[in-house]
Ligand binder design. Structure first.
Ligand SMILES: C[S@@+](CC[C@H](N)C(=O)[O-])C[C@H]1O[C@@H](n2cnc3c(N)ncnc32)[C@H](O)[C@@H]1O
Length: 302
């Protein structure tokens, strides 16, 4: 079991009846503002997903409980074995019809369950990639009974072979030295040399350790860099992204930053509040943040 995310949980507020977190309902200034086109729902995905029209979503980013016993302030990660797989199949059955014909889906999971989950999804969608997220876990002892597991498995699936995919915004630029080394006559003018290379299917991106600037009070918060890569390559600008298990709102933040619409579900009210704060901060242009800070500065004593 992974323990690098283990951290004290925030106090869980008493769950009030399901509420949609939106600007209109926010009794300002207590609640952070959420921009239009972004819906952060404090609801259970499985019981509420029927409200989303079929064929209306460009991209689904699924980061569900992994079946590893994490404490999300609820018992959602306590299922194991066939119980976990049956639950996973149940919510995937509900999610997949929401995709447009050009739509696609990413699902985070572990090696323990990825074979069964991918086999199931292959009966409904076309498998495009298995992406390995190398969490850049430092080498510090660990188990002596097997090889230390340092990756998550990410399945990338599409409704059909005509799925939307735009590589250009996620290409990785070459540094000057490598670019020079590849600048042979043969490669001159090549798009890949100018715009950068394909990120490939091994993503080495550090997990968010406790001191990381991005880190908030959620035990399995995903790095923005990973989710941004999914949003930028697999959802057209202005398109609509669904996150059935939004946690601290990482996918919502990516959508705000890159002009995509978003609908996300989270049953823990405290995590919804964190998502709202993060979305609000991402929607506030840096200039107005600076101006706000200026106006809030205490008056200097002459
Ligand atoms: C792996 S975490 C998501 C983390 C998120 N990607 C982030 O970066 O913060 C899974 C989340 O799903 C939530 N959850 C579990 N069951 C749910 C359900 N039926 N509907 C909505 N959310 C649920 C949990 O409370 C937990 O916060």
């Amino acid at each position: 079991m992974r323990d690098e995310f283990d951290e004290p949980q925030p106090a869980i507020e008493t769950t009030s009846p399901a509420t949609e977190v939106a600007v209109a309902e926010a009794p300002a200034p207590l609640l952070a503002k959420v921009p239009a086109g972004i819906q952060l729902l404090n609801r259970d995905f499985l019981t509420d997903v029927a409200n989303i029209p079929d064929g209306s979503i460009d991209l689904i980013v699924c980061d569900p409980p992994y079946g590893l016993g994490k404490d999300y302030g609820n018992d959602s990660d306590m299922r194991t074995g066939e119980d976990f797989l049956a639950w996973t199949r149940a919510w995937l059955e509900l999610a997949v019809p929401k995709l447009k014909p050009s739509g696609s889906l990413y699902i985070f999971c572990t090696w323990q369950y990825s074979p069964e989950i991918f086999s199931f999804l292959k009966t409904k969608l076309v498998m495009i990639n298995e992406i390995i997220w190398d969490r850049r876990v430092p080498s510090m002892g660990g188990t002596v009974r097997r090889f230390t597991s340092v990756h998550d498995n990410i399945g990338f699936f599409a409704v059909s072979k005509d799925y939307f995919f735009d590589l250009d915004p996620v290409r990785i630029p070459y540094d000057a030295v490598t670019k020079k080394a590849r600048s042979r006559k043969l490669f001159e003018g090549s798009k890949w040399l100018e715009l950068g290379y394909n990120p490939k299917d091994l993503w080495s991106i550090s997990r968010l350790h406790r001191q990381h600037a991005e880190r908030v009070a959620h035990p399995t918060q995903k790095p923005l860099e990973i989710v941004e890569r999914m949003v930028l390559s697999s959802c057209p600008k202005g398109g609509r992204v669904l996150d059935p298990f939004m946690g601290s709102g990482t996918t919502a933040v990516a959508c705000v930053r890159h002009q995509r619409e978003f609908v996300g579900y989270e049953i823990n009210e405290s995590y919804c509040a964190i998502a709202r704060e993060r979305v609000s901060a991402a929607a506030t242009p840096p200039v107005s943040r600076r101006a706000k800070a200026k106006t809030q500065r205490p008056t200097e004593v002459q």
